[in-house]
Design a protein around this ligand. Sequence first.
Ligand SMILES: Cc1cc2nc3c(=O)[nH]c(=O)nc-3n(C[C@H](O)[C@H](O)[C@H](O)COP(=O)(O)OP(=O)(O)OC[C@H]3O[C@@H](n4cnc5c(N)ncnc54)[C@H](O)[C@@H]3O)c2cc1C
Ligand SMILES: NC(=O)c1ccc[n+]([C@@H]2O[C@H](COP(=O)([O-])OP(=O)(O)OC[C@H]3O[C@@H](n4cnc5c(N)ncnc54)[C@H](OP(=O)(O)O)[C@@H]3O)[C@@H](O)[C@H]2O)c1
Length: 548
Amino acid sequence: MLANRSGEGSVRQTLLPPALDALIVGAGFSGLYQLFCLRDRLGLSVEALEAGEGVGGTWYWNRYPGARCDSESHTYCYTFSEPLLQDWEWTERYPEQPEILRYLNHVADRFDLRRSIRFGTRVTSARYDAAANLWRVATERGERLSAKFLITAVGCLSAANVPKIPGLESFAGRWVHTGEWPHDGVDFTGKRVGMVGTGSTGIQAAPVIANTAAHLTVFQRTANYSVPARNAPLTADFKRYVKANFPEIRRLMDGNPNGHAWLIADRSAFDVSPDERRALYEAAWQKGGLQFRATFRDLVQSKAANDTAAEFIRDKIREVVKDPVKAAILSDFDHPYAAKRPPIDTDYFETFNRENVALVNLRATPIERITPSGIRTSAAEYPLDIIVFATGFDALTGPLLRMDIRGRNGLALAEVWHAGPRNYLGLQVAGFPNLFTITGPGSPSVLCNMPVAIEQHVEWITDCVAHLRAQGLERIEAEAPAMDRWADQVKAAANATLLPLVTHSWYLGANVPGKPRVFMPYAGGMAQYRKICDEVAASGYRGFAVSR
Ligand SMILES: Cc1cc2nc3c(=O)[nH]c(=O)nc-3n(C[C@H](O)[C@H](O)[C@H](O)COP(=O)(O)OP(=O)(O)OC[C@H]3O[C@@H](n4cnc5c(N)ncnc54)[C@H](O)[C@@H]3O)c2cc1C
Ligand SMILES: NC(=O)c1ccc[n+]([C@@H]2O[C@H](COP(=O)([O-])OP(=O)(O)OC[C@H]3O[C@@H](n4cnc5c(N)ncnc54)[C@H](OP(=O)(O)O)[C@@H]3O)[C@@H](O)[C@H]2O)c1
């Protein structure tokens, strides 16, 4: 393991270590695999710089109660190593945060990755030095490093979004954001807790917090859909099946637009009678999970088809939640099902039947301010000991822009992206040679079971770097016209779905005040995206300028 000893920063600063072949920023799923590929497959000199004190990324930071993934465990993993697939054993249908973190630590140890990672090292600036053809990187601790290739593995959901609510600084209790959860936990015993936000995170956290808190008040701005996860321990039979049939599972994942191991039913919601449709939704509800979305092929394309799913979920909420006022607030949807990231849950709606859980409708009574003793809305003041912000992230662009990346002639990425992110294939930006962004905006990223998207990007980048080296090429850089064409493709792919219709979605940047409203991920499906990327590589990197 490198660094972390006091005083090293200043020594590094004066000695200026020799330039590396590549620097990677981040040591989550993306950074770990990119490090393995460049260091051990290509034999390059590489370091990864990680702000956290350990590997894991999302699973290092998001330690809130109830945190677990909603991709199924046998698909939420690396697939590049058959021995790793065979050796690792998941315990549940959806592993909890500690188990995923154990997995990523296992990967780091198994492939001896830690010795090439500097932990506790946040990159604060990255500048392209054209004369030397090097990226010059500075860290919060004052280190200076340089490398020919700079690869960001900073995650799409790693920049916490704490809303600027007036009075927060005056709050006398404790407040926490779920994406920066204290490692020693938060004790809710006997406490009055307020939780702001009902996205995937809030929906996971509320039932668990309600179990220990004296009282929980959930502050909901937008009513959200959720389908039961139906989590359960994996049976020995299922574990055997996965190990024996992984190539088949992988084929399913490759064929699914979102990288999950299931088929999307080849029928419209209107190919069946209303009774049959309801029975199919009921079966999917009982099975649980994100696969609910695959009940009909047109749920994310046709508003009329989507309405049938929305109605089914609305009825379920009314069935489960006994208080009709709470049920009405929870099911007052203003957007199509799955047009925002659809959560799955364990007893979320049931939680509102508990006597110690209250629900506040922020659409009717917005938050006015935080006071020393709690949250005040336009209707009432809610006394609280702890506020939990389950308010999401400055997604996709946030972690990149927080790094102050500057390309040729000091051109700031923030300037190029002032009206929203633009790049080629989600991988490169004109004016920023040899900079690659793993799961950058403009790629399937967050619309996909992410390890699939991550492996595809890492392997494409690795092949690209290998190609440059084999050809004696020094630089690769997206061409501006290719970026324009790609922006049109990203827009067209989004417009073929219901996703851009949701004006308050984080896919559009709408959750962060002042952020440009541009639909960021590529919604054309992982299979289509992979095909495009492969064709570009096979064509000798059409749309990229390469030079010696
Ligand atoms: C609570 C939660 C649950 C999720 N569940 C799922 C799921 O079920 N299925 C799914 O597909 N996806 C899920 N995701 C998305 C998840 O982010 C990805 O699956 C995956 O973990 C991303 O890996 P990554 O390495 O690309 O990014 P991350 O895991 O976010 O890692 C990025 C790393 O970069 C570091 N970093 C960022 N900026 C800097 C900097 N300037 N300097 C140094 N280091 C920096 C961060 O500290 C972080 O460790 C979830 C996300 C969250 C927040
Ligand atoms: N198991 C999983 O797979 C899992 C779990 C957690 C997270 N994730 C991933 O992480 C993404 C982010 O999830 P998230 O739940 O952390 O964030 P999110 O989906 O952005 O949800 C944030 C919630 O906070 C609310 N909010 C934000 N600012 C607010 C404000 N100023 N006042 C009141 N309410 C406010 C939002 O309301 P509005 O809707 O009105 O904006 C929303 O309900 C997910 O979509 C998913 O991709 C996955």
